[in-house]
Design a protein around this ligand. Structure first.
Ligand code: FAD
Length: 293
């Protein structure tokens, strides 16, 4: 299949991108790694009149520490760059682990973190990861910049808080306490396939070995990442880690998620997997905590 005809622009600066978006509005589409957009064009699921290629906007590329506060990852940073970053591995092992599940190596060489987040596929790994981490998305339009919390960024399947005349600039990932255990688990039919369900979990213990802080999000169990942060905090905070607690969290998650039946799996099966992935990710995260008990 060939894409429908479109005009093409290859700007070098963010303000040029924003001017084009302001001019063409809904008729324009950003082209990042093209790993989701090009198949959509070829299948005629998207018919933009104008493609704005951001591959040469250097400002959008790269991973930078935000002092002691966390990391800023530019929207055009390739999955493979994130995967191989020593900084990401050290400061956010959850992201390092999860990104290895994104498609295959060839896809990760082209695909970008901003593309994955802006595309907002309900089964994609990174939207769930940034939700569990409590990350912030930096979005820019001609009138200025705003930040949106991950929990408010994903609105539904392939729908986010980015407006037609805005550009995702970067994702800011906060540091978690030293010694936080993190884990990402997913179930997919084959390595590289989109997940049938997956969970991202974080657990930090205090000096007494009680849970001081925790995070949880699930993917592929509804139209957007399932934010389990309230459930996990409610059930775990202040408690000694124990298997019965993971089961309790998993049960609550199973009751709360609203998966759909589709050609890949029935809703009940996804619900079952969500519970299994939740308990597994939490158990591994606790095993990885570095606090001496
Ligand atoms: P593009 O395809 O270029 O863009 C995607 C969408 O985001 C477009 O609507 C575009 O306009 C918009 N966009 C991109 N960047 C910005 C920005 N900075 N600001 C505003 N809007 C923007 N993904 C997974 O998560 N898990 C998988 O298991 C997985 N498997 C895959 C398997 C195959 C065979 C393929 C082809 C893809 C797979 N993907 C998977 C998708 C892959 O991760 C894509 O790279 C990603 O979804 C989109 O990133 P991209 O940079 O290619 O974005």
């Amino acid at each position: 299949m060939r894409p429908p005809p479109f005009a093409y622009a290859d700007p070098r600066q963010c303000h040029e991108v924003l001017a084009l978006l302001a001019q063409y509005g809904d008729d324009a589409k950003i082209l990042a790694g093209g790993q989701s957009l090009l198949p959509m064009l070829n299948f005629r699921l998207a018919r933009p009149g104008y493609l704005v290629d951001i591959n040469h906007v250097d400002e959008l590329d790269g991973i930078r520490p935000l002092g002691d506060a966390g990391l800023s990852i530019g929207a055009m940073t390739r999955h493979r760059t994130v995967e191989q970053s020593a900084l990401v591995r050290e400061r956010c092992p959850l992201l390092h682990e999860a990104i290895q599940h994104v498609g295959h190596l060839q896809i990760r060489h082209r695909g970008t973190i901003g593309g994955s987040l802006a595309h907002a596929d309900p089964a994609a790994e990174l939207p769930g990861v940034v939700t569990a981490l409590g990350a912030t998305l930096r979005i820019r339009g001609v009138k200025g910049e705003r930040t949106v919390r991950a929990s408010e960024f994903f609105l539904g399947p392939l729908t986010t808080a980015i407006r037609a005349d805005e550009l995702l600039i970067a994702v800011e990932i906060p540091d978690w306490p030293v010694g936080t255990g993190m884990a990402f688990c997913e179930f997919s039919r084959r390595q590289g396939d989109f997940a049938l369900s997956g969970a991202a979990a974080l657990v930090a213990l205090d000096v007494n070995g009680n849970v001081a802080r925790c995070g949880l999000a699930l993917i592929a169990v509804g139209g957007r990442p399932f934010d389990g942060n309230v459930i996990v905090t409610d059930l775990l905070k202040g408690e000694k880690p124990a298997e019965a607690l993971w089961r309790a969290v998993a049960e609550r998650v199973g009751q709360a998620v609203e998966p759909n039946t589709d050609i890949h799996a029935p809703a009940d099966y996804r619900r079952h997997l969500a519970k299994v992935m939740t308990a597994k990710a939490l158990a591994i995260a606790v095993r990885r905590t570095a606090t001496k008990l």
